[in-house]
Design a protein around this ligand. Structure first.
Ligand SMILES: Cc1cc2nc3c(=O)[nH]c(=O)nc-3n(C[C@H](O)[C@H](O)[C@H](O)COP(=O)(O)O)c2cc1C
Length: 428
């Protein structure tokens, strides 16, 4: 397709979407309406597109389609295996700019289920390193989500049951949380963490980041969302402590600030650090978007580069207005008010929708989960639909649009030397 036709088609598509969103948000003079006028006036806005590269520190992502973390419940004792290789590798073949692992436990008792991926001992590194090498060969960047499940630990994989897994079936008793409050009926009753217990977890995140670095990952995402340990500290619904880790906003956010600082200290200065938060509990009196904006400002000061804006997960009866792009306004507000890069996530399924989020400045990347389970090659399809260029695995070039380029491995030269200098880790 000639370039001029492609550009004109792209703007027409934006225009349709901008018009739709402008209508949806008539009471609001937010970015959707703004984008509508941009395009109507025919000016060229300072927009970024789905397939524009994104540079953060010394890493350049080939595009802004990021694989959202997704538990696979397929490990034994935390080890990655062939399932993870194929699952994560396929999404790299599909062309995502970043492939994030599922929530990877920093301690065995921090697993959601007995089958979670883990990185609490050095022996976990080697099978992960094989996967990372393949992802990087495909021109994607490999990232790891680090997690502790808190009071939602020792529970069944979704297809195996509901609620607590007893010790007799591979579960564990030392489920911990900020306060001794169970998530809901049928979930473990956690033990409130001591100060030493908190410090141990902060150190475990830092040690896990060091191992992730050694496995070759070039992005860390700290999982501070979905009602797992860190969000349990953030939210007054689950945190009833009266010490330095509970009560005020400053106290409830302390554990996350300590974890971000500790991870930043053991993670290369030149490599990106993301934090996933639940921007709201969707419950009056719980965690909310205003606190999320203030938190994002503070995390940026501590060296976080991008806030991945999810929501919910900490209160069983929250009323969540689920619908296409329902969490994207959080990414937009945090980006605008905290002046930090954001990722939008949640029911982003079509290329035009994803492109619209970026073009209207609501986020810097889209994190896609289920649509990438339906179609691991979604980025290849999206690029075709949006008439943008994307490289293809050389083996598949005969199926690509005319003029497509073959993939090249992601360029990590600077970082490899940086890792050696900073951690005395030999290159892979
Ligand atoms: C199978 C599955 C597993 C998930 N596991 C995780 C996880 O490990 N960590 C996380 O932060 N979110 C997890 N999520 C949430 C997704 O990352 C994403 O936020 C959510 O599915 C909404 O995006 P979607 O509408 O594109 O699916 C999971 C979602 C699915 C479907």
């Amino acid at each position: 397709m000639p370039f001029a036709v492609a550009v004109s088609l792209r703007y027409t598509v934006h225009r349709i979407y901008a018009r739709k969103y402008a209508c949806d948000s008539l009471d609001d003079d937010g970015p959707q309406v703004w984008s509508f006028f941009w395009i109507e006036k025919g000016s060229v806005p300072p927009m970024t597109h789905l397939f524009d590269p994104l540079a953060i520190r010394d890493i350049t992502f080939a595009n802004r389609v990021f694989v959202s973390p997704m538990c696979q419940y397929s490990s034994t004792d935390g080890y990655a295996n062939n399932w993870h290789f194929v699952h994560l590798g396929s999404r790299a073949v599909g062309g995502a700019g970043l492939v994030l692992t599922e929530a990877t436990a920093v301690l065995p008792e921090g697993r959601i289920s007995p089958q979670d991926l883990g990185i609490w001992v050095d022996e976990h590194i080697e099978p992960l390193a094989r996967i990372v090498r393949f992802i990087h060969e495909q021109g994607s960047v490999a990232g790891m989500q680090l997690a502790h499940a808190g009071r939602k630990a020792s529970t069944y994989a979704p297809w195996a049951g509901h609620g607590t897994v007893p010790e007799s079936k591979g579960g564990w008793n030392n489920v911990v949380a900020p306060s001794a409050l169970a998530f809901t009926n049928g979930y473990p009753m956690p033990r409130a963490l001591s100060i030493d217990g908190i410090k141990n977890i902060v150190s475990a995140f830092a040690a896990a980041a060091r191992r992730a670095c050694e496995a070759g990952f070039r992005v860390i995402e700290i999982h501070a969302a979905h009602g797992y340990l860190i969000q349990e500290f953030l939210s007054p619904l689950s945190n009833q402590r009266t010490d330095a880790y509970g009560g005020s906003f400053e106290n409830r956010t302390r554990v996350l600030r300590e974890i971000v600082a500790a991870v930043r200290g053991s993670w290369p200065e030149r490599a990106p650090l993301f934090v996933r938060i639940s921007a709201t509990d969707w419950i009056d009196g719980g965690w909310d978007i205003e606190q999320s904006v203030e938190l994002a400002r503070q995390l940026k000061e501590l060296g976080a580069d991008l806030i991945d804006c999810s929501s919910g997960g900490n209160a069983e009866h929250a009323k969540v207005p689920v619908g296409p792009g329902y969490q994207t306004p959080f990414a937009e507000q945090i980006r605008r008010e905290a002046n930090i890069l954001t990722g939008a996530v949640g029911m982003i399924t079509s290329p035009v929708q994803a492109e619209h989020i970026l073009v209207t400045g609501q986020a810097d990347a889209v994190m896609i989960a289920r649509e990438l389970l339906r179609d691991p090659y979604w980025p290849l399809r999206a690029a075709r639909e949006l008439a943008q260029s994307i490289s293809w695995p050389v083996q598949y070039l005969r199926a690509a649009q005319e003029g497509s380029q073959a993939r090249v491995a992601v360029d990590l030269k600077n970082l490899e030397s940086c890792f050696e200098e900073q951690h005395a880790i030999p290159g892979r």
